[in-house]
Every structure is written in structure tokens, then in C-alpha cells.
Write a new protein. Structure first.
Length: 169
């Protein structure tokens, strides 16, 4: 389904919404269209014509309590590691715990990495030292407000770029 970028009243990006929800917010006058879809497509009813939005802005400010720590999700972990296996560099398909959970490792950002299936099976529940492997980069918690918007820049509409400030890697 088509997604629309939702901005707060201060033009701060909040999230993405399905097109249907975005149009409902605009029709109820809770949001305004900031950018129309580049295709120029419209939704028509008996009494109204609405151009499809790409970016909408809420008319009233919504206070969002931000978490200090970014939640550990599969999508966020894959994004942090650029969808690449940290051990061999191939396309990552799974998550690996550097210190296996069977050996007391925790499910934390600092202990999880993206991994391909062959490396994950080869490593199994062994420690890196037992295999003679080393991590090229120490896993860390991602920082910054753009981590709330996982997938926006990677998969998003090019019209969203002025509103989503993702720092350079």
C-alpha cells in the first residue's frame, strides 16, 4: 500500500501512514497537504476532488515522548548493519548473538548483529574466539531521531528528503 509521510505541526517527521489514513486526516481538516504526489493522481467523490498527498502536516502540535534507547527490532538491526553479514559481507538474512544466549548473552544492541545463514550455522553457539573470527565493527546502539523513522529514507518517496534529516553514515 502507498505510504505518506506525516509531519508534526513544526515540520518534524513523525511516521508514515497508509494513503487512506492520510486522506482521512486531510478531509477531517486535521492535516494539510504539504506535497502532492508527483503523478498528479486525484481521488474523486460526488462532492470533492482531492489530489493524492505525498507529505502531510498536522495542524495541531502533537507531543511525542521519545525513548532514550531505540527499540531493538529486526528491521532496525538490519538497517544499522546495512543489510550485510558482519562476518563475510554477504546479504544478511538472520540475526546472530555475538555471545550466544545459551552462554548467557543478552538480546541487546551491543550483542546482536546481522548475519547470513551460512555464517550463522557455522558459528552456531560458539564464541568468536573459538572460531578465530573477529568483528570488523563493535555493535552499538544507534543514535539520533531518524532511527524512529526506520525505512523512510531507504524505501521512501524522494519528495520526503527535505523533511527527513538522516545524518551521513
Amino acid at each position: 500500500m502507498r505510504q505518506v509521510l506525516l509531519l508534526n505541526a513544526t515540520y518534524e517527521p513523525l511516521t508514515t501512514l497508509p494513503l487512506r489514513r492520510a486522506v482521512c486526516l486531510v478531509l477531517r481538516e486535521k492535516a494539510e497537504i504539504v506535497h502532492h504526489d508527483i503523478s498528479g493522481a486525484c481521488l474523486r467523490s460526488a462532492t470533492a476532488v482531492v489530489e493524492l498527498p505525498s507529505v502531510i502536516r498536522l495542524l495541531r502540535y502533537v507531543r511525542i515522548p521519545y525513548r532514550q534507547r531505540v527499540p531493538l527490532t529486526r528491521a532496525a538491526l538490519m538497517r544499522r548493519d546495512n543489510f550485510r553479514c558482519v562476518y563475510c559481507g554477504r546479504r544478511a538474512e538472520t540475526i546472530d548473538h555475538v555471545i550466544p544466549r545459551s552462554r548467557g548473552g543478552k538480546h541487546l544492541w551491543e550483542n546482536c548483529v546481522a548475519c547470513c545463514m551460512p555464517c550463522n550455522h557455522r558459528k552456531a553457539d560458539k564464541l568468536l574466539e573459538e572460531l578465530g573470527w573477529q568483528l570488523p565493527v563493535t555493535p552499538a546502539v544507534p543514535r539520533g531521531a531518524h532511527w524512529r523513522l526506520i525505512g523512510l529514507v531507504h524505501d521512501g518517496d524522494p519528495q520526503w528528503a527535505p523533511y527527513v534529516n538522516e545524518p551521513a553514515a
